[in-house]
Design a protein around this ligand. Structure first.
Ligand SMILES: NC(=O)c1ccc[n+]([C@@H]2O[C@H](COP(=O)([O-])OP(=O)(O)OC[C@H]3O[C@@H](n4cnc5c(N)ncnc54)[C@H](OP(=O)(O)O)[C@@H]3O)[C@@H](O)[C@H]2O)c1
Length: 201
């Protein structure tokens, strides 16, 4: 029988809620934690795949709340490094995902979904048009698993290579936000689409 991971989502903001809805609709068992540190620890312990859907600046606190043993767990980092007044709080020479991997040495960190707005994360589509889910990670099995979660929600997955490439995924993620919110008249009504000559890039 197909093994379906038990997915824990830390954070119940727009992203955590949208991904939970999309994954549940796809038949995955999903548990979410709010801000409560005991729930964060419990959800992290019970899950083989953990989505960190928390503000960029809170990730280190959340990692502490998650407890110590993450051996073999897949951790999905969806964050965009946004600081005060929409400044870039990341580092192009070391992505937030690589930083997270450094805090969680025994886990397998994958960067995904950060180039999509929360409103499109439940179906992976805008008006029926599929949005790309770009997935970067060093562990091939972990990357593959996220590439399977994405189409279950509705996104065509695109392999973005090793975790180092999260540096270049975090750049368009940040651009996406600036395009949507620098001019308050725009908003998150658009999305990047990846075209390809073959299916399932
Ligand atoms: N929104 C988007 O369209 C979008 C798109 C792509 C990527 N992202 C990224 O996805 C992540 C989540 O985005 P969001 O819009 O859902 O953020 P959000 O509205 O700020 O929600 C974050 C969630 O994390 C919880 N949280 C904060 N600190 C925590 C802690 N120390 N321990 C446990 N939970 C904690 C919050 O709880 P409280 O509300 O109780 O504080 C809330 O439930 C961010 O890193 C963002 O950059 C967002």
């Amino acid at each position: 029988m197909e093994h379906r991971p038990h997915i824990g989502i830390i954070g119940e903001g727009p992203v955590g809620t949208a991904l939970a809805e999309g994954l549940r609709r796809a038949g995955y068992e999903v548990e979410t934690s709010g801000h409560d540190s005991e729930r964060v620890e419990r959800v992290a312990a019970a899950s083989d795949t953990i989505i960190l859907a928390v503000p960029h600046a809170e990730r280190k606190n959340v990692v502490k709340e998650m407890g110590k043993d993450h051996r073999g767990k897949k951790i999905i980092d969806v964050s965009n490094a946004v600081g005060p007044e929409m400044s870039f709080a990341g580092n192009p020479r070391k992505s937030s995902a690589e930083e997270l991997q450094g805090w969680l040495l025994d886990a397998k960190v994958v960067k995904a979904f950060n180039t999509v707005f929360a409103r499109d994360m439940t179906e992976g589509r805008i008006e029926g048009e599929p949005r790309a889910a770009l997935v970067a990670g060093d562990d091939p099995a972990a990357r593959q698993q996220v590439k399977e979660l994405a189409p279950a929600i509705g996104f065509p997955p695109a392999d973005a290579g090793p975790l180092e490439n999260a540096r270049w995924l975090e750049a368009p993620g940040y651009l996406n936000l600036r395009m949507a919110y620098q001019d308050p008249k725009v908003g998150p009504d658009f999305g990047f689409k990846l075209l390809s000559h073959h299916h399932g890039a």
